[in-house]
Design a protein around this ligand. Structure first.
Ligand code: FSX
Ligand code: SF4
Ligand code: F3S
Length: 383
C-alpha cells in the first residue's frame, strides 16, 4: 500500500512536470480528437482503466493513465525503419476503428517517421538530424526492423546521402531518453536474420550500448506499443523485463496459459487436419502446429483489432512470432514442434502418445523440454 502511494505520487509529479512542457501539437488536444472521432469521455476512461490493468497497475492509477494520454503530445518520438515489412507501423495505424490506441499514437509528436512523413530526400534527412538535435535527451526512439551489419551496413541505405540504417540507429540511440525495439525484427533480428542471414542482420540491442526495451511480435499489437509509451510517460523508468528484455506486463504469460482452446488441449481434443470436425468444434490446434505453449505474449488475452479476433480464434495456430529466432526454431509452422524430434529417443512418438492417450499425459513440461531440445539442436546445426 505504501509503495503504491509512493509510486502514485511519483507518477503524479512526473506528469505535472511533463504538462508544463509546451504542446508539440499546436491546437490539438485529446478532448478534441475524441470528439472528432465520436468517442465519449466515458469510453476514454474505460480505455484508461483497461490500459492500467494491462500495465499490471492498481486501479487507482486509472486517472493517471488518462492524464498520461492527455500529455502524450509533449513527447517527441523518432521512429526509424530498418530492414522489415512495415507491418509494425501498419498494426498501429491501420487498426480498425480507430481504436483509442491508434488515436493516441496520432497524438504523440512523431517528429520523424519514414513511411508517413511528408518530407522526402534531403529534407527528410535534415528532419532526422534536426529532431535529434532539437530534442536531445528528451525524445523516445522507436526502431522497427533488423539492423543489417554486413558490409558495414551497406545492405541498407536510407535517403539521399545513402546513410546506412546501422549508422542512423547508432546515431539516434545516442541521445534518446528511452529506446524501444518495435517488432521481432528490431528486437531479435526477425526474418532477415533467419538462417543464413545474408545481410548479417542484428537486433537493435546488439548495435547500441544503451538499454533497449524489446516489444516483439510480427507485428506486435498496437496495445503493446502504446502501452509502452504510456508506461514511459507515467514513470520514465524501465518496466520489469524478462530474460529477453520484454516488459513482463505484456510478455509475462504464454499464449497457451490463457488460450480459449486450452480446455480442449487439457482434454486431449485436437484438430488433426485443417477443416476437419475438430476444427469445426474449435478444438486445440497443437497438432496442426500451434506454438502457443512456447510463446510469451498477451494476444490470447487482448486480441487484435479492437478485441475482435486473434490468430488462434481465426483457426490457425500461433507461430511463435514474439520469440527470438522463431523463423528458424518454430517451423514448420503447421506441424507440432515435437514431431521434429520424432527420431530422437527421448521424444520418439511424442505426438503418437497424444493421439492415443491425450496430451494431458504428455504434459506441458514434456513440450517445454521438447522445445528446449529443438532449440539446442538448432544451435548445434548452425555451428
Ligand atoms: Fe514486419 Fe515490423 Fe514483422 Fe518485422 O513488424 S510484421 S517483418 S516484426 O519489423 O514490419
Ligand atoms: Fe491454444 Fe495452441 Fe495451447 Fe492449443 S496448443 S491450447 S490452440 S495455445
Ligand atoms: Fe504472434 Fe502467436 Fe500472437 S503468432 S500474434 S504471438 S498468437
Amino acid at each position: 500500500m505504501e509503495r503504491e502511494q509512493t509510486l502514485l505520487r511519483q507518477a503524479q509529479d512526473r506528469l505535472a512536470n511533463i504538462a508544463k512542457i509546451p504542446s508539440l501539437k499546436k491546437g490539438q488536444s485529446i478532448k478534441k480528437m475524441l470528439k472528432e472521432k465520436g468517442i465519449s469521455r466515458r469510453d476514454f476512461m474505460k480505455w484508461a482503466g483497461a490500459m492500467t490493468a494491462m500495465l499490471s497497475l492498481p486501479a487507482s492509477f486509472t486517472p493517471l493513465t488518462a492524464k498520461a494520454a492527455e500529455v502524450a503530445d509533449r513527447l517527441p518520438v523518432i521512429w526509424l525503419h530498418l530492414a522489415e515489412c512495415t507491418g509494425c507501423s501498419e498494426s498501429l495505424l491501420r487498426s480498425d476503428g480507430p481504436g483509442i490506441a491508434s488515436l493516441i499514437f496520432d497524438y504523440i509528436s512523431l517528429e520523424y517517421h519514414e513511411t508517413i512523413m511528408a518530407a522526402a530526400g534531403y529534407q527528410a534527412e535534415e528532419n532526422l538530424e534536426s529532431a535529434i538535435e532539437r530534442y536531445k535527451g528528451r525524445y523516445v526512439l522507436m526502431v522497427e526492423g533488423g539492423v543489417p551489419t554486413g558490409l558495414e551496413g551497406q545492405y541498407l541505405t536510407i535517403g539521399a546521402h545513402g546513410n546506412t540504417g546501422l549508422a542512423n540507429a547508432k546515431l539516434a540511440s545516442e541521445n534518446a531518453a528511452a529506446i524501444f525495439a518495435i517488432g521481432t525484427c528490431s528486437s531479435f533480428g526477425g526474418i532477415q536474420a533467419a538462417h543464413p542471414n545474408p545481410t548479417a542482420a542484428k537486433p537493435l540491442s546488439e548495435v547500441t550500448n544503451k538499454p533497449v526495451i524489446n516489444v516483439p511480435g510480427c507485428p506486435p499489437s498496437e496495445k503493446n506499443i502504446v502501452g509502452n509509451v504510456i508506461h514511459f510517460l507515467l514513470f520514465g523508468t524501465l518496466p520489469q523485463l524478462d530474460a529477453f528484455n520484454r516488459p513482463k506486463w505484456a510478455y509475462g504469460l504464454r499464449i497457451h496459459d490463457l488460450c480459449e482452446r486450452r480446455g480442449h488441449f487439457d482434454a486431449g481434443e485436437f484438430v488433426q487436419r485443417f477443416g476437419d470436425e475438430g476444427a469445426k468444434n474449435g478444438y486445440c490446434l497443437y497438432k496442426v502446429g500451434c506454438k502457443g505453449p512456447y510463446t510469451f505474449n498477451n494476444c490470447s488475452k487482448l486480441r487484435f483489432n479492437s478485441h475482435t479476433s486473434w490468430p488462434i480464434q481465426a483457426g490457425h495456430g500461433c507461430i511463435g512470432c514474439s520469440e527470438p529466432n522463431f523463423w528458424d526454431t518454430m517451423g514448420p509452422f503447421e506441424e507440432p514442434l515435437a514431431s521434429k524430434l520424432y527420431n530422437a529417443p527421448l521424444f520418439k512418438g511424442a505426438d503418437r502418445t497424444a493421439d492415443n492417450i491425450g496430451i494431458t499425459l504428455l504434459g506441458a513440461a514434456a513440450i517445454g523440454m521438447a522445445a528446449h531440445a529443438v532449440l539446442s539442436n538448432f544451435r548445434k546445426d548452425k555451428e
